[in-house]
Unconditional design. Sequence first.
Length: 341
Amino acid sequence: MPRTPPILQGGRTRRRSRLRALRRVGWPALALGFSVVIVLFVGVVAGGGLSSRESKAPHRKTGLGASTHSTHSTHSATSTAVATSTTAPAGAVRAVLPDPLKSKAARRWISSRHGEITAAVLDLANHREWVLHPGERAQTASIIKVDILETLLHQTSARGEQLTATEDEEAEDMIEQSDDDDATDLWNEIGGAGGIGSYNADAGLHQTTPNTGGYWGETTTSAVDQIKILQQLLPGSRLLGPHDRAYELGLMHQVDADQRWGVTGGVPHGVSVAVKNGWVPLSSAVDWEINSIGWINGDRHDYLLAVLTKNDPSEGYGIATIERLSADVFAALGRPATRSR
């Protein structure tokens, strides 16, 4: 299959880092500590014990990090609160949370910006999800690289194997540097649209259509489905064991400095952000698709955020849009919640 031109995918062409060996110094100890924490957490939540597949998963590296980083739509700022699968017991006191996508300030600037935007927030602490413009779909560009790696890890674990040295190197560059050539190699490795489509069906995605022509960046998706992809990286995932989750999250914490934007907007230093971004010009240099997904944890915050934009007049405009919304979400979820029965 011929390689897809990078401009159609949304990332970089291959560039091997000569500092890879230096970047890995200290990872084994960090990986062990982080993996132990995850395993203990899973044991507490699940009542003890890992599945046989998880217990056999190879130990891979992980890492922690934090980042900070900062518009006009033809749509009104409609937002829908969606209940998650967790149900409070009868008579229990529930937190009444403000919709972080529907503040007065957010409605005002979203309604005035150019292009389309859709977003989803899942507050993990309170099991609440909000969606902005739920009917919108967008091309993934490079955020699909999270999905590609999840599929690869799931397939490898199901065979009782671990990543080869080549796959590990390609996965690292695909996530940390957003390398397109490596993404194409791994896309082919997992079986292309069929392989990722099977994994997505198992993950409960219903609004994502993989591109069947090899143009993985032209896969269409929704913000809600991107939240589901991120959920597979959390304790309790049915599809990925703790070592695989820690491995992928470690890469997302270590993305190159010039890619720590998007859902990092408005997040203070010291708060952990696992992030993956996508960016690509569509029909012209003044028609951009800019996306960002991630897990934000720390400073009394614990939530997943996915923001997809299209028809942005410039790359910077799309980035600024996502960072503005990210800052609003972080601020909104930091307010004290009222309680009701």
